[in-house]
Design a protein around this ligand. Sequence first.
Ligand SMILES: Cc1cc2nc3c(=O)[nH]c(=O)nc-3n(C[C@H](O)[C@H](O)[C@H](O)COP(=O)(O)OP(=O)(O)OC[C@H]3O[C@@H](n4cnc5c(N)ncnc54)[C@H](O)[C@@H]3O)c2cc1C
Ligand SMILES: N=C(N)NCCCC(=O)C(=O)O
Length: 534
Amino acid sequence: MSDQTQSTVSRRGFLRAVGVSGGAGAMLATMGAMGLAPSAAASVTPAFRAPERSDFTLTGRSGASVVVLGGGIAGLTTAYELGKAGYHCTILEARHRVGGRNLTIRGGDVETDLDGHTQRAGFSDGVYFNAGPGRIAQWMVTMDYCRELGVPIEVFTNQNADAWIYNESAGMTEPIRYRTAKADVYGYVSELLAKATDQGALDARLTTEDRDRLLSFLQSFGAIGGRTSDWAYTGTNRRGFSAYPGAGNEVGTLLGTPPALSDVFASNVGRYFSFEFGYDQAMLMFQPVGGMDQIPRALAKAVGGHRIRLNAEVTGVTDRGSQVEVTYRQGGRQSQITADYCVAALPPHLMARVPHNLGAGVTAALADFPVTAAGKIGLEYRSRWWETDQRIYGGITETDLDLSHIWYPSYGFHGKRGLVVGYYNTGANARAYSGLTPEQRRERAVSQGAKIHGDKYRSELVTSYSHAWDRTRYLEGAWTSPRYGTAGYNLLLQPAGRVYFAGDWLSHEVAWQHGAFVAARSAVSSLHQRVMAG
Ligand SMILES: Cc1cc2nc3c(=O)[nH]c(=O)nc-3n(C[C@H](O)[C@H](O)[C@H](O)COP(=O)(O)OP(=O)(O)OC[C@H]3O[C@@H](n4cnc5c(N)ncnc54)[C@H](O)[C@@H]3O)c2cc1C
Ligand SMILES: N=C(N)NCCCC(=O)C(=O)O
């Protein structure tokens, strides 16, 4: 090892170790130079833990019978994985279709909510609306199930420089493109930090070398001037153009000059930038081709339709010691099924209401999951004006309006029609919409969205369908906030006699199908170990 390498490591060991200036080879060389054996690399940059993410197989076979309560992702996965290991599973699902919160609405679908509002979706052929899940991160086990089940996937655009930001409460009268908002916020933040750095305000924290490196980073990050122009941010073509560059001498027309620093901060556009930093929301994201419900459909097909009873509402669970007895109502009749084991994959707040003999502690634990409301509306348009007129191809507009987010479709580009998600909100905003009739929801969403998109937001609209998760029978909520670490939460990670629990609510990825998949895998592993040991 040369002296130069040694000095590089001691001065820049951190940068090299996190792979900023080199690939794996460079990193290993650096580790060696630091006196670390290659195996110690794991403690610096932990290896990706593949087993939890990849395909799953129970070792050994059993012919035991299992009744699975709920045909959402967790229930279906339970039956799918146990089925591979030879178990005889029966799924009892209260709704008229499998999938649970994984719900894709197409033309002809009919849903009636708890308030008696019936909607028949009038969407055109090929147009669909993911009323629940819409996106999948690359690391999620959901991707492995798509591959294993043969569900084709495509990119879901979760972030788009050409989508809008609109903060009405900050006095904005026009929306601003993400790219423009970012250019101005990054520019002014960089200017301020560069000035403070150059004036010595950070000298206690920075060496001379650090200071120079930070200034050089800020110059490129914020596209600001140098020392001679006092690091000023004056705007560049990162803001975008009102007329893009063209042929010959057409240099294009820049999108004006940046507003004053104080106005940029007052607009509060920067509050949306960190969304894409999230480990679960960063691009690239994915979606199944043709709708998110391709996942439960494929699972149900693999499980076998004869093992799934629809419109079967579970009304009681009794552990009889050597077997479990489950009562359910189907077609106006009370029926009963007995199995060796049961996996309860209903929402916890609903399972808490099902009469059982599993103990008061179980009921109390199940009832202790606070539930969040969420809602979405799908707006079908006769033209794709957001693509042709506004040059937005997928992605999300962020607002401080009660509609919160507007999603543009990541499929069907340049097609004739398309579906925009006109609101996706949670909490109080979701409840405000769910308290309205479907017509009132549409009116409210359209009048809000037209502030951003103009007249076509109303005039090109063909039909709509809205879904209020807090008003959906057999779900009564969008997702829960588990009280991790409490005795109640931990109690439900264990079987109650012969009854196991599963669902995204028993995972650290609540509100993600990933959570439902891994919770189901955990329950079936535990059940299978017991059967194999017994
Ligand atoms: C608005 C929204 C957006 C989301 N976005 C994403 C996303 O982008 N990506 C992502 O991966 N995930 C997302 N999720 C989360 C994802 O939908 C869930 O994590 C997952 O679908 C949960 O599956 P589950 O099987 O645990 O529960 P559920 O889907 O709740 O399944 C429970 C099942 O039990 C049934 N049931 C209830 N009562 C009874 C009864 N008495 N008898 C019989 N059956 C009964 C229900 O009908 C249902 O089918 C979103 C969810 C919502 C609501
Ligand atoms: N606070 C949360 N749990 N957020 C997750 C929101 C639901 C979801 O998965 C998505 O829309 O991507």
